[in-house]
Design a protein around this ligand. Sequence first.
Ligand SMILES: Cc1cc2nc3c(=O)[nH]c(=O)nc-3n(C[C@H](O)[C@H](O)[C@H](O)COP(=O)(O)OP(=O)(O)OC[C@H]3O[C@@H](n4cnc5c(N)ncnc54)[C@H](O)[C@@H]3O)c2cc1C
Length: 469
Amino acid sequence: MNTSISGKSDLDWTAFAEALAPVETIAEPVLVKKRSRDFFWYSPILNTQLRRSFGDLVAVPKTPAEMAHCLAIAYAHDAPVTLRGGGTGNYGQAVPLNGGLIIETTSMNRILEIGEGYVTAEAGANIEEINNALHEKGWELAIFPSTQDIATIGGFIAGGSSGIGSVAQGMLRDPGNIISLKALSATETPEEHLFEGAAVNHIHHAWGLNGVITEVTLRTVPHRNWIGCMATFDSYEETYAAGYALACAPDIARKLVSTVDARICAYFPRLAEYLRPEKHLMVSLVPAEDMDAYRALMAQQGGVVDLAMSEAELKAAKLPHVFEFAYNHTTLQVLKADRSATYLQVGCPTPPDAKDIAALRPQLGDDVWQHHEFALLDGNIVTFDLPIIWYSTRERLTEIEATYEANGYPIYDAHICMVEGGGLKNADYKHLAWKKRMDPKGLLNSAKSREWENVREKSPEEIEAMAAS
Ligand SMILES: Cc1cc2nc3c(=O)[nH]c(=O)nc-3n(C[C@H](O)[C@H](O)[C@H](O)COP(=O)(O)OP(=O)(O)OC[C@H]3O[C@@H](n4cnc5c(N)ncnc54)[C@H](O)[C@@H]3O)c2cc1C
């Protein structure tokens, strides 16, 4: 009997679920379909492509041994496998394009060890729970995504790149931020591999294509009493200049610097009673002891500090973390009110130049509302633009991208579900060589790599050599 929900598989999924025992499985079509989605609907283009792509069965292993059992069964049946953490990725990374088995990691979620400057956790551990456990011991994650309340630490390492903390600590891939990773191969008898030091980048940001992360050890930093700050300005140019000044300030240990166009702030109803209307906004996290220096800097830059609250004060006022108005949460706040919005991911020339941004704005048009994140990249402060786009047609989106690129702002495509399509731009042959080693049958999320089909018959060494050519 064909029990395929995806319509793409000839396997008997009832028998498959039995073979997975004692691992918990979910076969109810509505629930399998729900777990086949992530936040790809941010993109009208991906939404059309992916909304009818489903898996056939969900497995929910509770331990690495159960995870290994799932992988062995998938290998024996040649079943495609898609890993899923919290399902908060934006490019359909966790959508099973070829149907098959979805392995949800959220029950493999133990926090294993907290020590001086590090935390070790299972891949399915919730990021907010890790941060809460760290806070009790005086630590916090050096970098975490604004989705910490839903996302898993394994999903962040496999799918993410930067986040809250990146303005101080750089990108996830920078030395020392990911200390080590353990990953299982999708082979007849799955084996655990340890990646340490620079080797973590063989697995990091590979979208679950080249191994199943079971355990991560990440850098932590001393926990501070963070004050969520919102300052407003008359012009976006001033806001951006103030953002750069704060990001570079030697005496202010900021963990977040984001600037948001005034028109976007009109979609933040929960902040309406706090923010001056129709002003451009800077969102930041500043330690309590640096607040005098922060206030002085904002005044010097022409800003007004409209809101400055500790985590406890925000909670008492029933306000979310300030980072829920930063990173891709800014887009989410707008999408909550109007689904015709979408976004782009754009690199900006270094060093950040407020005059350059001011000159670009009129060229972009009224359907592009800018929002910048400040981050540390290769030792320099840089910015990324995550503008709201009022989507009309693919042609207009292409025109907006062309305007950015003609002005020297590279586009990292947010409307493509291929790992080679976004920030990576080119094939990562180190990732693909490890895919050949860890996943010789190409079961793990393979449809998300354009290049895999071209290299799958080569040896890992031959694939790796392509990195140099
Ligand atoms: C509102 C919003 C805000 C966001 N903000 C940020 C941000 O600040 N920074 C940032 O980097 N991203 C951000 N993102 C993107 C996303 O939230 C992060 O990448 C997030 O950490 C992903 O975690 P997850 O558990 O939801 O992963 P999922 O979406 O479940 O998975 C992500 C990818 O990792 C793979 N995967 C999951 N678990 C494993 C595993 N154990 N082993 C191997 N592969 C695995 C999946 O197959 C998929 O390809 C944001 C997204 C949204 C919707």
